[in-house]
Design a protein around this ligand. Structure first.
Ligand SMILES: Cc1ncc(C[n+]2csc(CCOP(=O)(O)OP(=O)(O)O)c2C)c(N)n1
Length: 288
């Protein structure tokens, strides 16, 4: 820990509105621990989210916060990182927010490879709106709305991220908190877009994928697993059912969005060049 850091450095005074037993608590503890262990300070962090139970997390941590529209967490997050590269930008969003309403933003921001960490709280359900099927709900699963069973097959977020060209793709589980902290530290330190799909129970609305259901199936990728092999990562990402792997499936270094734009990296950060509307106008004229 840096001088002046304390265990409660990232604690916020906001009252937490999650159900007792919600997997989000473990994610909140894990992210605070990861930030402390990385010697980060609240003013260096920007937490971005959309709408949902997962998206409430930035309010429960002491840091800069942008809480926007459902499915739209990624655009402001990548914009903030591009104009202010000094910031550590972390997105917290749900499986519905990211893979459903935000599906296009997910695919196309992966292609940009902006240096942000994206933590998807995947409870395989729309929790805030009381339990409709989300893009990761299993086929045939009965919910309060899909009373005869979910008719849509689930998408595989890791396959999708790998296919879109993500440079860091991982899966965690709230029942393995130390493992999750390590994944978060790796994702935050990765130079480029880093996804962790975090399996978490929703105690109120998903009665199938409970803590015990995940705990019986989850296993950690072995140390000898090679993270730089895309075919291997795709093969592992297909594994889902009796056994569910967690860990870093794929990690490679690629140029980031800012690396590809020399006028961004060769000049002082945009945030230092644009302070008021007149500056912005001058800046836009410079670009013409
Ligand atoms: C454009 C839009 N569509 C739908 C909604 C309603 N809505 C709010 S949160 C939510 C589901 C959130 O589910 P998820 O992202 O999986 O997060 P969770 O609550 O499970 O953490 C929905 C459908 C909305 N606010 N805006």
């Amino acid at each position: 820990m840096k001088e002046g850091q304390s265990k409660g450095l990232f604690d916020s005074d906001d009252e937490i509105a999650w159900c007792p037993g919600c997997g989000n608590f473990a994610i909140l503890t894990a992210i605070k621990t990861a930030l402390l262990e990385l010697n980060k300070r609240p003013e260096e962090i920007l937490m971005v989210s959309g709408i949902g139970q997962a998206a409430k997390l930035p309010h429960y941590i002491r840091a800069n916060v942008f809480n926007g529209l459902h499915g739209r967490a990624l655009p402001p997050a990548v914009a903030a990182k591009i104009v202010n590269p000094e910031l550590t930008v972390i997105v917290h969003s749900g499986d519905g927010d990211t893979y459903g309403e935000g599906g296009n933003h997910f695919i196309h921001n992966i292609r940009r490879n902006v240096d942000i960490a994206h933590f998807v709280h995947d409870n395989q359900i729309y929790a805030l709106t009381k339990g409709q099927a989300s893009p990761t709900t299993d086929l045939g699963q009965v919910t309060g709305i899909q009373t005869k069973g979910n008719l849509d097959q689930p998408l595989n977020p890791l396959m999708l991220a790998l296919a879109a060209g993500a440079s860091f793709v991982a899966r965690g589980f709230t029942g393995r908190p130390e493992h999750l902290v390590n994944l978060m530290k790796e994702a935050i330190s990765h130079p480029g877009y880093a996804l962790i799909d975090i399996l978490q129970p929703c105690v109120s609305f998903n009665k199938v994928n409970t803590h015990g259901w995940y705990a019986d199936r989850v296993y950690e990728l072995p140390e000898e697993y090679e993270t730089g092999n895309l075919s291997r990562a795709l093969e592992k990402a297909l594994e889902w059912g009796e056994k569910i792997p967690v860990g870093i499936f794929y990690r490679v270094e690629k140029p980031t969005f800012s690396d590809r734009l020399s006028w961004l990296t060769d000049h002082p950060p945009l945030v230092d060049r644009v302070w008021n509307p007149q500056d912005a106008e001058r800046f836009l004229t410079e670009l013409e």
